[in-house]
Design a protein around this ligand. Sequence first.
Ligand code: FES
Length: 284
Amino acid sequence: MMLQQLVQRIEGLHQLDSACHATAAWVARATRPRAVKNALSGNWLGHPLHPALTDLPIGAWAMATLVDVTCGPAGAAASRRLVGAGLIAALPTAAAGASDWSDSYGPEQRAGFVHAVSNATATVLQAGSWAARRRGQHATGMALSGAGLGLTLAAAYLGGHLSFVRGVGVNHAAFQDTVGDWTDVAAVTDLGDGTPLRVTAGGVPVVLVRENDSLYALSATCTHAGGPLDEGTLEGEGCLRCPWHGSVFRLADGSVVRGPASVAAPRWEVRADDGRLFVRSVPA
Ligand code: FES
């Protein structure tokens, strides 16, 4: 309960907003190239990259402290290597996290900022630990590693809150029903060429697109953070851009062409019959 109250206080720290906005704008500029955004968002992996990478520095630093505690100076070489491995792994982990964070707002952005600052401080402590160990100051190295690990675990708690309480980074189309039967959703004349149309099938919002006499249908809820794809814009190459953070999905198969989305948009079959449009889910 105390932890939750602390997190709520962090989320309400409006004093952080100017630093958050300036940092997020800088990160957004740095990750604007499609190749950079895709590499860091994890759409090549099929889910967000940052949570997967966090295991590496946390694991390495936790094992370093375990070796420190159980082996003492006899484990000095092993624990120094583990601290160093954690430092190397922290770089891509931080880059992926910063990219994800730059697309957040409000309470999530403030909590994410504190998460990042805590992790950066922990990394500095681990770097100091590695340097102390190199100089043969094992006790100092142990103390710095222990402090750094404690800070990392506190930051991990905030990260867990962002994912599992706030839903940052989860697939926002994950719990939608599938509709196996062809469902009448609109008149053919309702769908203009090149203008996305929002319809509903079995309670699930679907976006229809007609382009060059071809019909396409995707779930209208963006997998990244739930943005309305029917309010997005059509791009060349048969793609639809989400209006919220600019994820681009291929209309033909829902695949992610540009992050931050990392999960493909659920695809629907669509057909015209007797002046009406029908859709049904494509089995996953
Ligand atoms: S909601 Fe973020 S890109 Fe669509």
